[in-house]
Design a protein around this ligand. Structure first.
Ligand code: SF4
Length: 483
């Protein structure tokens, strides 16, 4: 993320937050739902990965890293490592993963990651500190204790890791014991997120992810016992067989588990794109109306339980760093969702991972054979990416402000870009004004003296608001439904 985006997001952050949490939710009528239930990006980046092209290659990436090293004060780094292996297939899965029982695959993968880390280290200024480390997947805990230790050793060898930084790992509770949790803490991990999705047994069976409440409870307790600073739980709504009643029971249990953060994702059923999802019975999926009711239920329950609602789909306890980031304007939305440390630039390693350096995105190959071939040939395995134009940067900042701070502030815009908002969007201003007016009439936006605030009802349609500023008009079936 470029420095301007971060600065832009800082302005008036607190004002936006305090107003939002207290506002009532307007009951949604079916016409409103129908009008806005289109397909659209989740905006974990702008432009989205759909715009990446193969014109951006390893050389472009090397230039971007060189430029970024040459900044007067180079940004600190965040490292993301993708571990693509899983032992079992969850039917809802849209991740880049490889289902296998063969742990030997991880041995070769670590060899490749070591080569890739070495290649990155030749480009990155060695003085740049790594403040944030995130292991995602797939299932990072597919790696055994010795393999995880080796991975940390590799990163330690090639980068300047800050051991007081934020080190997080995604955990499949079915693969972690109390002893393993102790080992993760010993390696330096201080934040964990557990995949839970739903506690109801029928829902778990319908998505082929059967995980007992006892396993989840034991993991969370173990994480607390070893002193993890933040414990997060991932849930999904919109899965087959979910009802308001069943989800209410899931929320009862989640409240008892009392994680510091809860990320509740909207299941996107795209069986044409994700083969695993063809195993889900379409007729068992909840309707768009039920999904909205689920969202309302989730929000009511979690606010009553003392959580703060962040952006579209995250909740956190008031003393969690994510809430601090919301308040001080440093909240960002990146490929991992809502996150702290917006000051960092990201290096992604492993199959399909994405780097965000300077004003560029660069993505590694999705396919393990191609990833292997390129790394073994001595190349950072980038197959596509994008250098953001000035217009991309402006729109990225606006979209970030909408997704994180839930507002469009014309004064901020003028301050940071030196041009008036209406003037900048002159060519589209009539269409844009019409869209914003419609959203205002529909109760999604509330005007204030220097712009618009997204209402609590509008929170459910944040992606629609952001799409107003998306030059690539991304209402496409490639993306998931907004609701
Ligand atoms: S949802 Fe997660 S654990 Fe399940 S198959 Fe996909 S990546 Fe693996």
């Amino acid at each position: 993320m470029c420095a301007d985006i971060r600065h832009f997001a800082n302005h008036h952050a607190q004002l936006s937050e305090t107003v939002m949490q207290d506002s009532p939710i307007q009951r949604l009528d079916p016409e409103l739902i129908a009008r806005y239930d289109v397909s659209g990006p989740r905006y974990t980046s702008y432009p989205t990965a759909v715009q990446f092209t193969d014109q951006f290659d390893e050389k472009s990436f090397a230039r971007a890293v060189g430029d970024s090293n040459g900044a007067p004060i180079p940004a600190p780094l965040s490292i993301y490592v993708h571990v693509p292996f899983c032992r079992q297939l969850c039917f809802y899965c849209a991740c880049n993963k490889l289902v296998t029982q063969d742990t030997a695959k991880a041995v070769e993968y670590l060899d490749l990651l070591e080569r890739e880390a070495q290649l990155h280290s030749k480009l990155v200024d060695p003085d740049r500190e790594v403040r944030q480390l995130h292991l995602g997947g797939g299932s990072p805990t597919f790696l055994d204790d010795a393999q995880l230790e080796r991975l940390i050793g590799i990163l330690d060898q090639y980068f300047k890791l800050n051991r007081q930084g934020e080190w997080s790992i995604e955990i499949d509770p079915r693969t972690v014991t109390v002893e393993r949790m102790k080992h993760l803490a010993k390696l330096g991990f201080n934040r964990v997120s557990f995949g839970v999705q739903d506690i109801n047994e029928a829902v778990q069976a319908a998505v082929n992810r059967v995980q007992s409440l006892e396993e989840t409870r034991a993991c969370i307790q173990a994480a607390r016992d070893v002193g993890m600073k933040s414990v997060s739980v991932d849930l999904i709504y919109g899965l087959p067989l979910q009802t308001l009643e069943s989800y209410s029971e899931t929320l009862d249990e989640v409240e008892r588990l009392a994680p510091d953060r809860i990320a509740i994702y909207n299941y996107a059923h795209l069986p044409e794109r994700f083969k695993a999802q063809r195993l889900i019975q379409r007729h068992q999926l909840p309707s768009a109306e039920t999904k909205l009711s689920l969202q309302e239920l989730i929000r009511e329950r979690l606010l009553a339980a003392g959580y703060v609602h962040i952006g579209m789909d995250h909740y956190a306890k008031p003393d969690d760093e994510l809430v601090n980031a919301l308040h001080n304007g440093s909240l960002q939305r990146n490929f991992q969702g809502y996150s702290t440390h917006a000051e960092c630039e990201m290096i992604g390693m492993g199959v399909s991972s994405i780097s965000a350096i300077g004003n560029s995105f660069a993505q590694n190959s999705h396919r393990l054979p191609e990833y292997r071939e390129r790394v073994l040939a001595g190349h950072i395995p980038i197959i596509r990416g994008l250098h953001l134009s000035e217009d991309d940067q402006v729109r990225a900042q606006l979209i970030s402000q909408i997704m994180c701070q839930m507002k469009i502030d014309k004064d901020d815009f003028l301050q940071h870009f030196g041009v008036e908002f209406d003037r900048y969007f002159e060519r589209d201003i009539h269409a844009l004004e019409h869209q914003l007016k419609q959203m205002q009439d529909d109760g999604l936006l509330e005007p204030y003296d220097t712009g618009y605030r997204v209402s609590e009802t509008g929170r459910y349609f944040l992606r629609n608001v952001a799409m107003c500023f998306d030059r690539y008009n991304q209402a496409s079936e490639k993306f998931s439904k907004v609701i």
